[in-house]
Structures are given as C-alpha cells and as structure tokens.
Design a protein around this ligand. Structure first.
Ligand code: NAD
Length: 434
C-alpha cells in the first residue's frame, strides 16, 4: 500500500513551518530529515523535543524522532532524496521589500549538495517559503547554479497553515497548490501528499511556480484586506454609536461575503500578514503598479492601536498611572509576538508616561526579550491590581472569565480591542468598534 510510495524528504529550515512539515511528513510515513543551521534546533529534534510551541507538534516529534524523523546541521543528507523542501525565513527589509538572502543561500547550498548526482536522479527542489513571483526565478537560479544544472526542477508549494493550529492545518488543508514545470515535479508532490489527498480530499491546484507564488500572496492579501475593511466599517459604526458586530453578523449571512474574518478590532499582526502584504505592495510597485486597496489595508491596520489609545485618553490621563495590557501574543494559541498589536500599544502608553504592566499566558518571555523595561505580571489579576485602565489586546479564553479580578483596579476602565469581555456593573467599558 502506501509504504511502497514512501519518499525520502529533506526539509531545509526547521522553524514554525519547516518543523511542522517535517514532523507531519514523517507521521504520514515518509523518511524525513530536517536540516537547520541552528544547532539548538537540531539538538531539540534529536532529543525528541519541539523547538517551537505549536499544539500537537511535540507529540509527533516524540513519536518519530530517531525513527523516520532525523535532524542534521549538514546538507549531505540531501543526496539521494526525492524531494528537498526549502522552508527558511523570508523577512522584509525596512522598506517592506522581501529579503531572500537566507533562502538564496539555502537554495545554492542545496544545489551544491546534489551536484554530484546524475541529473535524472536529483531531487526535486520545492520552495515552501513565501516568495513573490519575481523571486521564484531568483531562487531557481540559485539552486540551479549550485547544482550546475539549468534543467533542475524547482517547484513552488506555498503553505497556508496558521500558527496555533499548524499541525491540523497541515493535515487537513482546504487546498494544495502544486506549482511545477515538469510531470516529474507534479508526480513527486502528489506522492508526498497522497495520504492527505486520499483522507481529506482537498482542492488540488496544479499550476506553474509563479502562479503558485502569487496564489499565496493573493490569499494573505485578501484576508488582510477583509479584516481592514471590516475594521474601517467598524470605526464608522463606533462614530455612529452602532455595534459593528451586529452589522457583521448580518452581512456575514450573505454567501458572497462569508462569516469568517469579520470580527473587527485592533487589527492583524504576526509573522505573515504584515510582511506579505508589504512585500507584494513593494513587488507590484517595482513592476509599475501601485495597489491602492492594499496600501489602504495597511494604513487602516496601522491606525487601529492609536484609536484604542484615543478611547483610553477620553477617560483618563495615564501619566504616572498603572495601566494593564492583557495579551501580548499576536493571536491566541501561540507564543509568537512578531508584529503583535501589543507592541504599538505598549509604545503608545510609554509615550504617555504610563506605568505599563503586561500579562500573557504564554508569550511574556518573548515580549520581555523585546521590551524589557515594563513590568510583567504572573496573572491577569495581578496586572489589573491597582490599574486605572486595562487594554485587552489578545483574545485569550481566560480573559472572558476574569470577573472579580476587575474589582482590584483603581478605576474599572477597560478598552477591549477584541470583544472578549462583557461589561460589568460599575465598569467603564469601551469596545473599539462597538
Ligand atoms: P522561522 O524563522 O520560524 O524558521 C526559519 C528556519 O530556517 C530557522 O530555524 C533558521 O535557523 C533556518 N535557516 C535559515 N537559514 C538556513 C539555511 N541556510 N539552512 C538551513 N536552515 C536555515 O520561519 P517560519 O515562520 O517557519 O517561515 C518560513 C517561511 O514560511 C517564510 O517564508 C514564511 O513567510 C512562510 N510561511 C510561514 C507561515 C507561518 O505561520 N509562520 C505560514 C505560511 C508560510
């Protein structure tokens, strides 16, 4: 059965995406090696530990480490592989342009590692990292130069998983996008995902690598713009004294709009939406087209934290006063604070001279590494104790049931950026868009 179609897969770059993919492919029965230049990551995998926090991942690694999941800092494991996935980071520079330096290095080193193999036996190289369409060629050229083979197949298989549910998203995708330039490339990707295709029947899109890369950006840009649009409408609702969530429930019933991503609030953050939207804006602009809607989506998103602070300012002067920030992760279920909305909110409070005390169930350490000078509380109740105001920034479930903890505030003033709590008697409650 499937055992016969077991592939040898190497995943280069073992971060949020690479580790999830390596452990999940191993769980599907493939023989997988995770290659990372970070020795700590490789050591963790050798020890059977997850190098990142992601529900379900530690179990998979514990089950397969040392068996069909191996880890290495060396590229020699690429020889003899069927597929080599490139899953290293693709950050943006100051201006928002995609920075493919790490990915180009990984592509070239991968090419070099398979240069001695006969061309027909070389693995198919697959770009998993998010890159703009023009950069697909940059990465292909780097891998081809490393291998000394212009015919090397370099495919694009973008990833749509969400942090916080990465393992289940990988296992049950809505869609798979195979951007290939040969039948062999398509056959390899199909074989890699065969168990998932058989079990969950996702939509499989077969296309060329550039289109595959564009699908990823279009997906993220659309979702980010949808959130910014509902936030824009939510801001209008707030001005008119209307509850944006009642409006959203109504428009979400229209199939053409759909009910998801209509929770207006303090906006999007994380490692993907901000960088991907900026990168596609920059790439489009460089190609001669300025995407006005996407620029507006970024602008609306940038304004939401300031609107939250203005609501606070309407009720209290926070200078030399204690203010609680509840939630530091960019969304619930992760310890990732990259581009978290909590960052501009904390900075805004600092500019006002407030004494900021922050709390998050899992992400305090990560935020402390970035913003060490504020106080970090061990619980939400402790953060609220003595505060003249509280900002709710991340929709963690535990914030829904804080109830009596608000009694310990000097002044029960709450500005809710995610519609997490119900206002209590005696509390001054401001919803950002309701
Ligand atoms: P990450 O920063 O968590 O991990 C990248 C890993 O690559 C690190 O462990 C790093 O040490 C390693 N690395 C760097 N250079 C290397 C090299 N030359 N050889 C071997 N290893 C190397 O990144 P991530 O969040 O997993 O994202 C990876 C890519 O996937 C990005 O392009 C990102 O845009 C895309 N993506 C991310 C998500 C997400 O939710 N995080 C979702 C979809 C797509």
């Amino acid at each position: 059965m499937y055992e016969d179609r077991r592939l040898r897969i190497v995943v280069v770059g073992s971060g949020y995406v690479g580790t999830t993919m390596a452990a999940s492919f191993a769980d599907l029965g493939h023989q997988v090696t995770a290659v990372d230049i970070d020795e700590d990551v490789v050591e963790a995998l050798h020890a059977g530990d997850a190098p990142i926090h992601e529900p379900g991942l530690a179990d998979l690694i514990e089950r397969h480490a040392g068996g069909n999941l191996e880890a290495s800092t060396a590229y020699d494991s690429l020889a003899g592989a069927d597929l080599v996935y490139l899953a290293v980071q693709t950050p943006t520079d100051e201006a928002g342009n995609i920075d493919t330096t790490a990915l180009e290095t990984a592509a070239r080193m991968s090419g070099e590692a398979i240069a001695d193999q006969p061309p027909a036996e070389r693995p198919v190289i697959v770009i998993k990292s998010t890159v703009t369409p023009p950069h697909v060629e940059t990465i292909r050229a780097a891998a081809a130069a490393g291998a000394g083979d212009e015919t090397l197949e370099v495919a694009m298989n973008p990833e749509f998983l969400r942090e916080g549910s990465a393992v289940s998203d990988f296992r049950e995708p809505d869609k798979l996008v195979f951007g290939t330039s040969s039948q062999r490339g398509d056959d390899m990707l199909t074989a890699a995902f065969e168990p998932i295709i058989e079990a969950t029947n996702p939509v499989v899109i077969r296309t060329d690598p550039d289109t595959a890369a564009m699908i990823k950006y279009a997906n993220n840009a659309f979702l980010a713009a949808k959130i910014s649009l509902i936030n824009d409408l939510g801001n209008i609702c707030k001005e008119f004294g209307i509850d944006a969530y009642e409006v959203a429930d109504a428009i979400g019933a229209d199939d053409r709009i759909g009910e998801q991503f209509l929770r207006s609030g303090v906006g999007w953050g994380g490692s993907c939406f901000p960088k991907d939207v900026r990168a596609i804006i920059q790439a489009a602009t460089a190609a001669g087209y300025r995407p006005a809607v996407l620029e507006a989506a970024v602008a609306v998103n940038a304004e939401q934290p300031a609107r939250m602070l203005e609501l606070l300012d309407e009720h209290v002067d926070v200078e030399d006063q204690r203010v609680a920030v509840l939630g530091l992760a960019f969304k619930p279920g992760t310890d990732d604070v990259r581009n978290s909305r909590a960052i501009p909110l904390i900075e805004g409070l600092q500019e006002r001279g407030a004494n900021v005390v922050a709390y998050d169930p899992v992400a305090s350490e990560e935020m402390q590494a970035r913003i060490p000078e504020i106080e970090y509380a061990k619980s939400a109740a402790r953060a609220l104790d003595g505060a003249v105001g509280a900002l709710i920034v991340t929709a963690w479930d535990e914030f829904e049931t804080l109830d009596d903890a608000f009694d310990a505030m000097d002044r029960q003033l709450v500005v809710d950026g995610r519609r997490v709590i119900e206002p209590r008697p005696g509390m001054t409650y401001e919803g950002l868009t309701w």
